[in-house]
Design a binder for this molecule. Structure first.
Ligand code: FAD
Length: 376
Protein backbone atom coordinates (compact mmCIF):
# COMPACT_ATOMS: atom_id res chain seq x y z
CA UNK A 1 0.00 0.00 0.00
CA UNK A 2 1.32 3.47 -0.93
CA UNK A 3 0.03 6.75 0.44
CA UNK A 4 -0.18 9.87 -1.68
CA UNK A 5 -0.31 13.03 0.40
CA UNK A 6 -1.28 16.10 -1.54
CA UNK A 7 0.32 19.16 0.04
CA UNK A 8 3.49 19.45 2.15
CA UNK A 9 2.22 21.96 4.73
CA UNK A 10 2.57 21.14 8.39
CA UNK A 11 -0.51 18.89 8.31
CA UNK A 12 0.70 16.87 5.31
CA UNK A 13 4.31 16.69 6.51
CA UNK A 14 3.33 15.43 9.98
CA UNK A 15 1.06 12.83 8.36
CA UNK A 16 3.88 11.72 6.01
CA UNK A 17 6.27 11.41 8.95
CA UNK A 18 3.81 9.32 10.97
CA UNK A 19 2.96 6.96 8.12
CA UNK A 20 6.60 6.39 7.14
CA UNK A 21 7.94 6.06 10.71
CA UNK A 22 5.12 4.10 12.30
CA UNK A 23 3.58 2.06 9.47
CA UNK A 24 6.87 1.80 7.53
CA UNK A 25 5.23 2.05 4.12
CA UNK A 26 6.06 4.37 1.17
CA UNK A 27 4.61 7.86 1.05
CA UNK A 28 4.63 10.23 -1.93
CA UNK A 29 4.20 13.89 -0.98
CA UNK A 30 2.94 15.93 -3.92
CA UNK A 31 3.47 19.69 -3.66
CA UNK A 32 2.60 22.24 -6.31
CA UNK A 33 4.90 24.95 -4.93
CA UNK A 34 8.70 24.87 -5.31
CA UNK A 35 9.21 24.28 -1.57
CA UNK A 36 7.83 22.19 1.26
CA UNK A 37 6.25 23.62 4.42
CA UNK A 38 3.10 25.23 3.01
CA UNK A 39 2.37 28.60 4.56
CA UNK A 40 4.87 27.99 7.39
CA UNK A 41 7.71 28.19 4.87
CA UNK A 42 10.61 30.50 5.72
CA UNK A 43 13.88 31.14 3.94
CA UNK A 44 16.92 33.32 4.44
CA UNK A 45 17.07 36.59 2.53
CA UNK A 46 20.11 36.22 0.26
CA UNK A 47 21.53 39.70 0.90
CA UNK A 48 21.04 40.06 4.68
CA UNK A 49 20.79 36.46 5.95
CA UNK A 50 17.55 37.34 7.76
CA UNK A 51 15.11 34.45 7.95
CA UNK A 52 11.85 35.64 6.40
CA UNK A 53 8.48 33.96 6.90
CA UNK A 54 7.31 34.03 3.29
CA UNK A 55 3.57 33.87 4.01
CA UNK A 56 3.48 36.25 6.98
CA UNK A 57 4.82 35.89 10.52
CA UNK A 58 4.53 32.38 11.97
CA UNK A 59 5.00 32.08 15.71
CA UNK A 60 4.62 28.65 17.19
CA UNK A 61 2.53 28.53 20.38
CA UNK A 62 0.52 25.81 22.04
CA UNK A 63 -1.20 24.54 25.14
CA UNK A 64 -1.30 20.99 23.75
CA UNK A 65 1.43 18.92 25.42
CA UNK A 66 1.20 16.12 22.85
CA UNK A 67 1.93 18.59 20.02
CA UNK A 68 4.85 20.17 21.89
CA UNK A 69 6.35 16.77 22.73
CA UNK A 70 5.97 15.65 19.12
CA UNK A 71 7.47 18.73 17.43
CA UNK A 72 10.38 19.05 19.83
CA UNK A 73 11.62 15.71 18.53
CA UNK A 74 12.30 17.54 15.25
CA UNK A 75 13.36 20.99 16.39
CA UNK A 76 14.42 23.04 19.33
CA UNK A 77 12.57 26.36 19.76
CA UNK A 78 14.14 29.67 20.77
CA UNK A 79 12.72 31.67 23.68
CA UNK A 80 10.86 34.25 21.58
CA UNK A 81 7.54 35.39 23.11
CA UNK A 82 5.25 37.29 20.81
CA UNK A 83 4.25 40.88 21.52
CA UNK A 84 2.13 42.99 19.18
CA UNK A 85 1.80 46.75 19.04
CA UNK A 86 -0.82 48.76 17.18
CA UNK A 87 -0.67 52.22 15.66
CA UNK A 88 -3.80 54.37 15.98
CA UNK A 89 -4.15 58.11 15.31
CA UNK A 90 -0.38 58.59 15.35
CA UNK A 91 0.20 56.81 18.66
CA UNK A 92 1.37 53.29 19.54
CA UNK A 93 -0.59 50.97 21.85
CA UNK A 94 -0.37 47.37 23.05
CA UNK A 95 -2.40 44.49 21.59
CA UNK A 96 -4.38 42.57 22.61
CA UNK A 97 -6.00 45.35 24.62
CA UNK A 98 -4.52 45.35 28.13
CA UNK A 99 -4.37 47.78 31.05
CA UNK A 100 -1.63 49.79 29.30
CA UNK A 101 -3.84 50.12 26.18
CA UNK A 102 -6.89 51.20 28.20
CA UNK A 103 -4.92 53.69 30.28
CA UNK A 104 -3.19 55.15 27.23
CA UNK A 105 -6.44 55.57 25.27
CA UNK A 106 -8.39 57.08 28.20
CA UNK A 107 -5.28 58.95 29.45
CA UNK A 108 -5.86 57.62 32.97
CA UNK A 109 -4.15 55.39 35.49
CA UNK A 110 -6.89 52.90 36.20
CA UNK A 111 -6.29 49.97 38.53
CA UNK A 112 -7.34 46.54 37.21
CA UNK A 113 -10.60 46.80 39.15
CA UNK A 114 -11.36 50.30 37.88
CA UNK A 115 -10.66 49.12 34.33
CA UNK A 116 -13.09 46.21 34.79
CA UNK A 117 -15.76 48.64 36.00
CA UNK A 118 -15.08 50.98 33.10
CA UNK A 119 -15.46 48.16 30.56
CA UNK A 120 -18.74 47.13 32.19
CA UNK A 121 -20.08 50.70 32.08
CA UNK A 122 -18.95 51.17 28.48
CA UNK A 123 -20.54 47.92 27.32
CA UNK A 124 -23.81 48.68 29.17
CA UNK A 125 -23.90 52.09 27.50
CA UNK A 126 -23.15 50.66 24.04
CA UNK A 127 -25.44 47.65 23.98
CA UNK A 128 -28.50 46.53 25.98
CA UNK A 129 -27.60 43.58 28.26
CA UNK A 130 -30.75 41.61 27.35
CA UNK A 131 -30.32 41.91 23.55
CA UNK A 132 -28.52 39.39 21.32
CA UNK A 133 -25.76 40.83 19.08
CA UNK A 134 -26.73 40.49 15.40
CA UNK A 135 -23.40 41.35 13.82
CA UNK A 136 -19.69 41.67 14.62
CA UNK A 137 -19.94 45.32 15.63
CA UNK A 138 -22.74 44.68 18.13
CA UNK A 139 -20.88 41.73 19.58
CA UNK A 140 -17.66 43.73 19.97
CA UNK A 141 -19.27 46.80 21.59
CA UNK A 142 -21.25 44.52 23.91
CA UNK A 143 -17.90 43.29 25.24
CA UNK A 144 -15.64 46.37 25.27
CA UNK A 145 -17.82 49.42 24.58
CA UNK A 146 -17.48 51.99 21.79
CA UNK A 147 -14.21 53.90 22.39
CA UNK A 148 -11.93 50.83 22.40
CA UNK A 149 -13.93 49.24 19.59
CA UNK A 150 -13.71 52.31 17.38
CA UNK A 151 -10.00 52.82 18.03
CA UNK A 152 -8.69 49.27 17.63
CA UNK A 153 -11.29 46.92 16.16
CA UNK A 154 -13.65 48.66 13.72
CA UNK A 155 -11.37 49.82 10.90
CA UNK A 156 -8.84 47.02 11.34
CA UNK A 157 -11.60 44.42 10.98
CA UNK A 158 -13.09 46.23 7.97
CA UNK A 159 -9.67 46.18 6.27
CA UNK A 160 -9.11 42.54 7.13
CA UNK A 161 -12.44 41.30 5.81
CA UNK A 162 -13.17 43.94 3.17
CA UNK A 163 -16.58 44.60 4.77
CA UNK A 164 -17.87 46.86 7.53
CA UNK A 165 -18.22 44.99 10.87
CA UNK A 166 -22.00 45.65 10.80
CA UNK A 167 -22.09 43.45 7.68
CA UNK A 168 -20.04 40.64 9.22
CA UNK A 169 -21.58 37.79 11.22
CA UNK A 170 -21.22 38.00 15.01
CA UNK A 171 -19.89 34.43 14.92
CA UNK A 172 -16.51 35.57 13.48
CA UNK A 173 -15.44 36.52 17.01
CA UNK A 174 -15.97 34.71 20.30
CA UNK A 175 -14.60 36.74 23.19
CA UNK A 176 -12.33 39.58 22.19
CA UNK A 177 -9.06 39.00 24.02
CA UNK A 178 -8.86 41.78 26.60
CA UNK A 179 -6.81 42.02 29.79
CA UNK A 180 -7.10 44.33 32.75
CA UNK A 181 -3.50 43.58 33.74
CA UNK A 182 -0.14 44.63 32.34
CA UNK A 183 0.44 41.25 30.71
CA UNK A 184 2.08 42.17 27.39
CA UNK A 185 2.22 38.66 25.90
CA UNK A 186 0.15 38.16 22.77
CA UNK A 187 -0.37 34.44 23.48
CA UNK A 188 -0.94 32.90 26.88
CA UNK A 189 0.25 29.43 25.83
CA UNK A 190 2.93 27.79 27.99
CA UNK A 191 4.99 26.65 24.99
CA UNK A 192 6.06 29.25 22.44
CA UNK A 193 8.96 30.05 20.14
CA UNK A 194 10.44 29.97 16.67
CA UNK A 195 12.30 26.87 15.42
CA UNK A 196 15.93 27.41 16.46
CA UNK A 197 17.43 26.64 13.07
CA UNK A 198 14.37 27.71 11.10
CA UNK A 199 11.16 26.29 9.64
CA UNK A 200 12.96 24.84 6.59
CA UNK A 201 15.13 22.67 8.86
CA UNK A 202 12.05 21.51 10.80
CA UNK A 203 10.33 20.39 7.59
CA UNK A 204 13.51 18.77 6.24
CA UNK A 205 13.69 16.63 9.40
CA UNK A 206 10.00 15.73 9.33
CA UNK A 207 10.37 14.47 5.75
CA UNK A 208 13.80 12.87 6.18
CA UNK A 209 12.87 9.23 5.70
CA UNK A 210 13.88 6.97 2.80
CA UNK A 211 10.23 5.88 2.54
CA UNK A 212 9.14 9.46 1.78
CA UNK A 213 9.41 10.86 -1.75
CA UNK A 214 8.67 14.55 -2.23
CA UNK A 215 7.59 15.78 -5.67
CA UNK A 216 7.81 19.57 -5.83
CA UNK A 217 6.30 21.76 -8.57
CA UNK A 218 3.69 19.06 -9.09
CA UNK A 219 -0.02 19.49 -8.69
CA UNK A 220 -2.48 16.75 -7.83
CA UNK A 221 -4.38 17.52 -11.01
CA UNK A 222 -1.25 16.76 -13.09
CA UNK A 223 -0.53 13.35 -11.54
CA UNK A 224 -3.88 12.01 -10.40
CA UNK A 225 -4.16 9.58 -13.29
CA UNK A 226 -0.76 8.07 -12.31
CA UNK A 227 -1.91 7.16 -8.80
CA UNK A 228 -2.36 3.38 -8.49
CA UNK A 229 -5.93 2.33 -7.72
CA UNK A 230 -4.90 0.64 -4.45
CA UNK A 231 -3.14 3.77 -3.11
CA UNK A 232 -4.70 5.91 -0.40
CA UNK A 233 -5.02 9.60 -1.25
CA UNK A 234 -4.83 12.15 1.57
CA UNK A 235 -5.62 15.57 0.16
CA UNK A 236 -4.75 18.86 1.90
CA UNK A 237 -5.69 21.21 -0.94
CA UNK A 238 -8.99 23.07 -1.38
CA UNK A 239 -11.93 20.67 -1.06
CA UNK A 240 -13.94 22.29 -3.86
CA UNK A 241 -11.02 22.17 -6.34
CA UNK A 242 -10.83 18.41 -5.83
CA UNK A 243 -14.18 18.16 -7.62
CA UNK A 244 -13.70 20.99 -10.13
CA UNK A 245 -16.01 23.18 -8.03
CA UNK A 246 -19.05 21.43 -9.52
CA UNK A 247 -21.36 22.86 -6.86
CA UNK A 248 -19.70 26.30 -6.84
CA UNK A 249 -16.61 27.80 -5.22
CA UNK A 250 -15.85 28.10 -1.53
CA UNK A 251 -14.99 31.70 -0.67
CA UNK A 252 -11.79 32.91 1.00
CA UNK A 253 -10.04 36.09 1.97
CA UNK A 254 -6.58 36.60 0.54
CA UNK A 255 -3.44 38.61 1.33
CA UNK A 256 -0.75 40.45 -0.58
CA UNK A 257 2.77 40.93 0.79
CA UNK A 258 5.02 43.83 -0.17
CA UNK A 259 8.70 43.32 0.72
CA UNK A 260 11.41 45.89 1.41
CA UNK A 261 15.01 45.79 2.62
CA UNK A 262 15.82 48.83 4.72
CA UNK A 263 19.35 50.00 5.49
CA UNK A 264 18.69 50.46 9.16
CA UNK A 265 19.56 48.26 12.13
CA UNK A 266 16.00 48.30 13.44
CA UNK A 267 12.99 49.63 11.54
CA UNK A 268 10.15 49.48 14.07
CA UNK A 269 11.60 47.98 17.26
CA UNK A 270 9.34 44.95 17.24
CA UNK A 271 8.37 41.99 15.06
CA UNK A 272 4.77 42.99 14.27
CA UNK A 273 3.18 46.44 14.22
CA UNK A 274 -0.54 46.49 13.46
CA UNK A 275 -2.16 49.49 11.79
CA UNK A 276 -5.68 50.08 13.09
CA UNK A 277 -6.82 53.02 10.97
CA UNK A 278 -8.66 53.11 7.65
CA UNK A 279 -6.26 55.59 6.03
CA UNK A 280 -3.43 53.01 6.00
CA UNK A 281 -4.22 50.26 3.50
CA UNK A 282 -2.07 47.55 5.11
CA UNK A 283 -2.97 45.83 8.37
CA UNK A 284 0.52 45.14 9.65
CA UNK A 285 4.25 45.40 9.08
CA UNK A 286 6.41 42.38 9.89
CA UNK A 287 10.11 42.82 10.73
CA UNK A 288 11.63 39.37 10.71
CA UNK A 289 15.00 39.85 12.42
CA UNK A 290 13.16 40.28 15.73
CA UNK A 291 12.21 36.58 15.68
CA UNK A 292 15.85 35.61 16.17
CA UNK A 293 17.59 38.02 18.56
CA UNK A 294 19.96 35.13 19.38
CA UNK A 295 21.43 35.38 15.84
CA UNK A 296 23.42 38.34 17.12
CA UNK A 297 25.52 39.13 14.07
CA UNK A 298 22.46 39.36 11.81
CA UNK A 299 20.42 41.06 14.51
CA UNK A 300 23.02 43.81 15.00
CA UNK A 301 23.70 44.34 11.29
CA UNK A 302 22.74 47.61 9.62
CA UNK A 303 20.01 46.03 7.47
CA UNK A 304 16.54 44.76 8.10
CA UNK A 305 13.80 43.13 6.01
CA UNK A 306 10.22 44.29 6.44
CA UNK A 307 7.01 43.22 4.81
CA UNK A 308 3.70 45.05 4.60
CA UNK A 309 0.63 42.84 4.70
CA UNK A 310 -2.40 43.94 2.66
CA UNK A 311 -5.67 42.03 2.93
CA UNK A 312 -7.18 41.46 -0.48
CA UNK A 313 -10.18 39.96 -2.21
CA UNK A 314 -9.82 36.32 -3.12
CA UNK A 315 -10.28 35.44 -6.76
CA UNK A 316 -10.51 31.99 -8.25
CA UNK A 317 -7.06 30.37 -8.38
CA UNK A 318 -5.50 32.94 -6.00
CA UNK A 319 -3.90 32.17 -2.62
CA UNK A 320 -6.61 31.13 -0.16
CA UNK A 321 -5.75 32.36 3.35
CA UNK A 322 -8.84 32.80 5.52
CA UNK A 323 -12.07 30.81 5.01
CA UNK A 324 -15.35 32.72 5.08
CA UNK A 325 -17.19 30.33 7.38
CA UNK A 326 -20.71 31.71 6.88
CA UNK A 327 -23.85 29.61 6.38
CA UNK A 328 -23.55 29.42 2.56
CA UNK A 329 -19.92 28.30 2.56
CA UNK A 330 -20.38 25.88 5.45
CA UNK A 331 -23.24 24.11 3.67
CA UNK A 332 -21.26 24.02 0.43
CA UNK A 333 -18.23 22.61 2.20
CA UNK A 334 -20.33 19.80 3.68
CA UNK A 335 -21.31 18.74 0.15
CA UNK A 336 -17.67 18.49 -0.95
CA UNK A 337 -16.68 16.68 2.27
CA UNK A 338 -19.41 14.10 1.58
CA UNK A 339 -18.14 13.68 -2.01
CA UNK A 340 -14.58 13.11 -0.74
CA UNK A 341 -15.81 10.48 1.68
CA UNK A 342 -17.68 8.72 -1.08
CA UNK A 343 -14.57 8.78 -3.30
CA UNK A 344 -12.44 7.30 -0.47
CA UNK A 345 -10.22 10.40 -0.26
CA UNK A 346 -9.19 11.65 3.17
CA UNK A 347 -9.42 15.44 3.44
CA UNK A 348 -6.88 17.10 5.71
CA UNK A 349 -5.23 20.40 6.58
CA UNK A 350 -6.78 23.84 6.80
CA UNK A 351 -7.67 23.95 3.09
CA UNK A 352 -9.22 20.49 3.08
CA UNK A 353 -11.10 21.16 6.32
CA UNK A 354 -12.10 24.73 5.30
CA UNK A 355 -11.02 25.97 8.74
CA UNK A 356 -8.59 28.49 10.14
CA UNK A 357 -6.11 26.58 12.31
CA UNK A 358 -2.98 27.73 14.02
CA UNK A 359 -0.04 25.40 13.45
CA UNK A 360 -0.54 23.52 16.69
CA UNK A 361 -4.18 22.77 15.83
CA UNK A 362 -3.11 21.53 12.38
CA UNK A 363 -0.48 19.24 13.97
CA UNK A 364 -2.97 17.99 16.58
CA UNK A 365 -5.49 17.23 13.86
CA UNK A 366 -2.94 15.37 11.71
CA UNK A 367 -1.90 13.25 14.72
CA UNK A 368 -5.57 12.52 15.48
CA UNK A 369 -6.41 11.56 11.88
CA UNK A 370 -3.34 9.34 11.74
CA UNK A 371 -4.35 7.50 14.93
CA UNK A 372 -8.06 7.19 14.15
CA UNK A 373 -8.22 6.75 10.38
CA UNK A 374 -4.81 5.52 9.20
CA UNK A 375 -3.15 3.50 11.98
CA UNK A 376 -6.51 2.47 13.45
C1 FAD B 1 -0.97 35.28 7.45
C2 FAD B 1 -0.99 34.07 8.32
C3 FAD B 1 -0.26 34.06 9.50
C4 FAD B 1 -0.28 32.94 10.32
N1 FAD B 1 0.45 32.99 11.48
C5 FAD B 1 0.43 31.91 12.31
C6 FAD B 1 1.16 31.97 13.55
O1 FAD B 1 1.79 32.96 13.89
N2 FAD B 1 1.12 30.87 14.34
C7 FAD B 1 0.42 29.73 13.99
O2 FAD B 1 0.43 28.76 14.76
N3 FAD B 1 -0.26 29.68 12.82
C8 FAD B 1 -0.27 30.72 11.98
N4 FAD B 1 -0.97 30.67 10.79
C9 FAD B 1 -1.68 29.41 10.42
C10 FAD B 1 -0.75 28.42 9.68
O3 FAD B 1 -0.33 29.00 8.46
C11 FAD B 1 -1.53 27.12 9.44
O4 FAD B 1 -1.84 26.51 10.66
C12 FAD B 1 -0.74 26.09 8.61
O5 FAD B 1 -0.23 26.64 7.45
C13 FAD B 1 -1.66 24.92 8.27
O6 FAD B 1 -0.93 23.96 7.53
P1 FAD B 1 -1.63 23.09 6.41
O7 FAD B 1 -0.69 21.99 6.10
O8 FAD B 1 -3.00 22.72 6.88
O9 FAD B 1 -1.86 24.05 5.16
P2 FAD B 1 -0.86 24.84 4.21
O10 FAD B 1 0.30 25.37 4.96
O11 FAD B 1 -1.68 25.79 3.44
O12 FAD B 1 -0.31 23.69 3.23
C14 FAD B 1 -1.06 23.16 2.17
C15 FAD B 1 -0.11 22.81 1.05
O13 FAD B 1 -0.82 22.10 0.03
C16 FAD B 1 -0.37 22.51 -1.24
N5 FAD B 1 -1.43 22.22 -2.21
C17 FAD B 1 -2.70 22.69 -2.20
N6 FAD B 1 -3.40 22.20 -3.25
C18 FAD B 1 -2.55 21.39 -3.92
C19 FAD B 1 -2.69 20.61 -5.11
N7 FAD B 1 -3.84 20.55 -5.76
N8 FAD B 1 -1.62 19.91 -5.54
C20 FAD B 1 -0.43 19.96 -4.87
N9 FAD B 1 -0.25 20.70 -3.74
C21 FAD B 1 -1.30 21.39 -3.28
C22 FAD B 1 -0.11 24.00 -1.04
O14 FAD B 1 0.78 24.49 -2.03
C23 FAD B 1 0.49 24.02 0.36
O15 FAD B 1 1.89 23.91 0.33
C24 FAD B 1 -1.02 31.79 9.96
C25 FAD B 1 -1.78 31.81 8.79
C26 FAD B 1 -1.80 32.94 7.99
C27 FAD B 1 -2.64 32.95 6.76
Amino acid sequence: MTYFIIGSGIWGSVMAERIASVLRVPVVVVERRNHVGGNCHASRDAATGIECHRYGSHIFHTKIREVWDYLTKFTRFNSYRHKVLIRHAGRTYVMPINLATINALYQKNFTPEEAQNLLQEESNRAFPAEARPQNLEEKAVSQIGRPLYEAFIRDYTAKQWGRAPVDLPASIINRLPIRTSYNFDYFDDPWQGIPWDGYAALFARLLDNTLITVRLNTSYEAIKTEIPSDATVIYTGQADALFDCVHGELEWRSLRFEWETVNQRDYQGTSVMNYADADVAYTRIHEFKHYHPERTEIFESGHTVICREYPSAWTSGGEAYYPLNDARNTALYERYAAMAQEAGIILGGRLGAYRYWDMDKAVADALRVFETRIAG
